[in-house]
Design a protein around this ligand. Structure first.
Ligand code: FAD
Length: 283
């Protein structure tokens, strides 16, 4: 059964690029940049992965022609990682060729822990060739991140740090919020100290304030990093951060395959579920 789109519209900007454009323009007008995510994951057919690469390429062109301040975020399982890693890499090369031509940027989102190693391997491979046009995401809750973060910082990678959105077992990931927050702070420190432009992705005031304080104490200018949040969450906070002189970017998902993303947002916060129920009655 397909749920009606109006349920997801708090978190998803539209089912098509065209319907998302006004929302992106509104954010850009407030000096908030965007990263666009064509929703979907775990593609099993080459024909679908091929279509997805073409859609991503069109998206880069559409962003450019519409003059939007937006990069794109992609998932390797959308490019065929479940089918064959080499095939997925070739697809990513195709996309990055286009990104380089339009001087754009492609962020590789991080998926569940079964994909972490492959995602890092693929990233390292393409980073050698596409440098400033490609970035990766690191999840603070994973135990392995204490090694990955230093490795990627040393490489000079462009890293988005987030807590991690997937249900991971104890042997793989920290479970307690206080532990995840401490790890997030430790890894923010590594990125702020060692990389040129870290992206701090969280809605958590404790972490946002910690990063602000750390940057002031260590004379790290506001132009040296960026705060990122998800579409539909904490818009006023984003506006405030922007007005206070911080660089900000909103992750804007769109597309018809919105259910898994929507479900993750609901699982994260009971207030989000409450919001959906009130939306249902307000329709
Ligand atoms: P939470 O842990 O959900 O909440 C912590 C505290 O923050 C709350 O108790 C509350 O005080 C405050 N808070 C949170 N939300 C709100 C709100 N709406 N209003 C008011 N207060 C609030 N995960 C991945 O696994 N892979 C990715 O590639 C990935 N990319 C991401 C990109 C961006 C830009 C962002 C923002 C997140 C991304 N995530 C990704 C999701 C991330 O891993 C977390 O699951 C998600 O951000 C929830 O953690 P949090 O720190 O934002 O807040």
């Amino acid at each position: 059964m397909k749920l009606p789109f109006f349920l997801a519209k708090r978190f998803v900007a539209g089912e098509t690029f065209k319907s998302a454009v006004p929302k992106i323009e509104a954010l850009n007008k407030k000096k908030i940049k965007v990263t666009l995510d064509l929703l979907g994951e775990n593609v099993k057919l080459k024909t679908t992965a091929d279509e997805t690469v073409n859609e991503y390429i069109s998206l880069l062109n559409d962003i450019h022609s519409a003059g939007l301040k937006s990069t794109i975020s992609i998932k390797l399982t959308m490019l065929g990682l479940d089918i064959d890693e080499l095939y997925c890499r070739d697809n990513l090369y195709k996309l990055l060729d286009e990104a380089r031509k339009s001087d754009s940027f492609v962020r590789i989102d991080m998926e569940g822990s079964d994909y972490t190693q492959q995602t890092i391997d693929v990233f390292k491979e393409v980073f050698k060739e596409y440098g400033k046009h490609v970035g990766i995401v690191i999840q603070a809750y994973l135990h392995r991140t204490k090694d990955d973060i230093n490795d990627l910082a040393e490489l000079g990678a462009d890293v988005r740090l987030c807590k991690g959105a997937y249900n991971e077992p104890e042997r793989v990931a920290l479970q307690k919020m206080s532990d995840i927050r401490e790890a997030f702070k430790e890894y923010s420190k590594v990125l702020l100290d060692k990389t040129s432009y870290p992206r701090i992705a969280t809605h958590d005031d404790e972490l946002v304030n910690w990063v602000k304080d750390y940057s002031v104490e260590n004379k790290i200018g506001k132009a040296r990093f960026e705060f990122q949040m998800l579409y539909g969450l904490r818009e006023e906070t984003m506006e405030q951060l922007t007005n206070d002189g911080y660089n900000t970017r909103v992750y804007v998902p769109y597309g018809t395959m919105w259910f898994p993303y929507f479900k993750r947002r609901l699982m994260e916060r009971k207030e989000n579920i409450f919001f959906i129920f009130t939306t249902m009655f307000k329709k």
